[in-house]
Design a protein around this ligand. Structure first.
Ligand SMILES: Cc1ncc(COP(=O)(O)O)c(C=O)c1O
Length: 450
């Protein structure tokens, strides 16, 4: 088995970014890969671990993105590597629907144990977040014998046909790709930064009024919501919003589905974001951080709902692939053994303190928000709440040029988001934030000379 030395935990720029080898590879990408598949940074990775991604030119970049919230336990985390190496040598695939294997069952048991609520649960495994969201809807429809699905403003649920319909933002996710699936309805979210002093209960009443008037509980199979929105801008609803929606669903026999694809597995400083307010969803959708970088997703929920789909109604060739299951069990063990829920809170405290200090000196940082290692700043034109996507782009580009991977998001494209791997050290995280601070200062200088 190949054993590589650990990746050196130091930012290092050997060339300008992108370097010559990355530029060559980018030319090959343009000639070979469909133009619709974009990249955030123009550098090609060769190795990653802890809080560092190394590129083909020998540049070591600080990772504040975790490949969009995936490598929560770190890239090539030791337990994940050992488990996958062992599994790949044993067998790579039989298809769980043909000759099942223990790893799949063990992941289901782990998810049934770890997800919110101590009721009887069942789990089904899939490949991607979008595929799992689609299956949650299928299951809710089979259980309720109803069709409608309610989602929220700013939501992101994926890029398949049904999940495009469920996603709010047109460009780039939906533009030109219609027609979309029917029976998907959108309700207003609680967005504290833009809602004035609307509290969670009132925002929930506003949303439920739309649901009752425009859909009707008797037609509604499921409400699907991200407990903290991801691509939509790391929007954390006001407290009381989620519990009120969950209670309404319970009272109306509507399936309450938490899409924890981005928020799950310690990311927010709880094992699941629903835990924060003690919300127990009927179904919970997980992916991303579940398997340390291998493609795996799941729907977990109340046994009587999960078992509503007929035998052979759920599945797929690769769903719950043995390598991904081995990785998931190792990732879960890593989260538990290394106290990563607690580590996410520490990371959150460190980032929030630094970003709030920066906000106190710079009124372009309209809002600093988030929980655990899922933190964002929403950028605005000073003295207003008008979104400033150009500033977000400028700061992200300046950070990229200095070797720090940061991502943007938000309906208005004006949110910088931070999703560091929990294997990152405080020093590296601090250095990443130093670079970010300098990037804000540089953006100020370039504005002044505009
Ligand atoms: C909340 C949420 N749901 C669903 C998805 C779709 O997951 P995938 O890209 O694995 O299909 C994402 C991806 O970013 C997500 O953040």
């Amino acid at each position: 088995m190949s054993v590589r030395p650990p990746v050196v935990q130091k930012r290092h720029l050997a060339t300008e970014l992108p370097g010559p080898r990355s530029r060559e590879l980018m030319a090959r990408k343009h000639a070979a890969v469909a133009a619709g598949v974009g990249t955030t940074m123009p550098v090609f990775a060769v190795e990653a671990g802890g809080g560092i991604v190394v590129d083909v030119d020998g540049n070591s970049l600080i990772d504040l993105g975790s490949g969009i919230a995936v490598t929560t336990v770190g890239n090539s985390a030791p337990r994940v590597v050992a488990a996958v190496q062992d599994q790949v040598a044993a067998f790579t695939h039989t298809c769980f629907m043909v000759t099942p294997y223990e790893g799949y069952v063990a992941v289901a048991e782990a998810l049934n144990r770890l997800t919110p609520g101590d009721h009887d649960k069942r789990t089904a495994l899939f490949n991607s977040g979008a595929e799992a969201v689609e299956n949650a809807v299928k299951i809710a429809r089979a259980h309720t014998k109803r069709q409608a699905v309610v989602v929220f403003d700013h939501a992101y649920h994926g890029r398949t046909n049904l999940t495009m319909a469920m996603t709010a933002k047109s460009m780039p996710y939906k533009h030109g790709f219609g027609p979309f699936a029917s029976e998907v309805y959108r309700a207003p979210l609680s967005y504290p930064f833009r809602d004035g002093d609307l509290d969670g209960a009132t925002a929930a009443a506003r949303a439920l009024d739309v649901v009752e008037k425009q859909v009707g509980a008797a037609n509604l199979a499921a409400i699907v919501i991200e407990p903290v929105q991801g691509e939509g801008g790391f929007i954390e609803p006001a407290s009381g919003f989620l519990p009120a929606l969950a209670a309404w669903c319970r009272a109306n026999d509507v399936v309450f589905v938490a899409d924890e694809v981005q928020t799950g597995f310690a990311r927010t400083g709880d094992l699941f974001a629903c835990d924060h307010e003690g919300v127990v969803p009927d179904l919970i959708v997980t992916a991303k951080g579940i398997a340390g970088g291998l493609p795996l997703s799941a729907v977990t929920g109340r046994a009587e709902i999960m078992d509503a789909a007929h035998v052979a109604g759920l599945g797929g060739t690769y769903g719950g692939n043995p390598l991904a299951c081995a990785a998931a069990l190792a990732a879960i063990e890593t989260i538990e053994a290394e106290g990563l829920v607690e580590r996410a809170r520490e990371v959150g405290t460190l980032m929030t303190e630094r970003l709030r200090a920066l906000q106190a000196r710079d009124d372009r940082l309209g809002d600093v928000r988030g929980r655990g290692a899922m933190i964002a700043v929403e950028l605005v034109r000073p003295g207003t709440t008008d979104p400033d996507p150009d500033l977000a782009k400028a700061v992200a580009s300046a950070a990229h040029a200095e070797g720090v991977i940061v991502l943007t998001c938000g309906t208005y494209g004006n949110v910088l988001r931070f999703l560091p791997p929990l294997a990152i050290g405080d020093d590296l995280l601090g250095e990443g934030l130093d670079v970010l601070e300098a990037a804000f200062a540089a953006a100020a200088r370039s504005e002044a000379t505009r």
